[in-house]
Ligand binder design. Structure first.
Ligand SMILES: [Cu+2]
Length: 139
């Protein structure tokens, strides 16, 4: 290999190592975005960086044509099926920043006390009907 070839190779290796370190150190934005359907609704659930402890969960509820709906009540209930942990159901609040638009709900303090597979059941009460969508989230 020529001297020029060696120095080019050195620069390339250094750049790759730098890129790897940046990728490794940069804060993760692992937003988990899940979809599920019920008889009448299309439900989207998202959690930014799911972790053991307190999590913020966002839920969007639309009808089957995609129009966001203002439900009477949206409740989230986390269960760790394998271990029989069922946590207290939490009512989500309509998101203030999107108050002009219906269909967006948030719970800022959903506690997931263990790593592993969680089942998040979203109950939607609207016009005297109750429907449930179930999401799987691994923490
Ligand atoms: Cu557990």
């Amino acid at each position: 290999m020529t001297r020029l070839g060696k120095s080019v190779l050195t620069v390339v290796v250094a750049l790759l190592a730098g890129a790897l370190i940046i990728w490794w150190v940069a804060p993760g934005d692992d937003t988990v975005d899940l979809h599920a359907g019920t008889t009448s609704y299309s439900v989207r659930l998202s959690v930014t960086d799911p972790a053991v402890g307190t999590n913020t969960v966002d839920v969007e509820v639309a009808d089957l044509s995609g129009t966001l709906i203002a439900a009477d009540e949206v409740i989230l209930e986390p269960v760790m099926v394998d271990m029989g942990h069922a946590l207290t159901p939490t009512a989500l609040t309509p998101t203030a920043a999107k108050a002009g638009q219906p269909g967006h709900y948030r719970a800022e303090r959903i506690d997931l006390p263990m790593t592993g597979p969680w089942e998040l059941t979203v109950t939607i009460r609207h016009r005297n009907t109750t429907e449930r969508a179930v999401f799987s989230l691994v923490v």
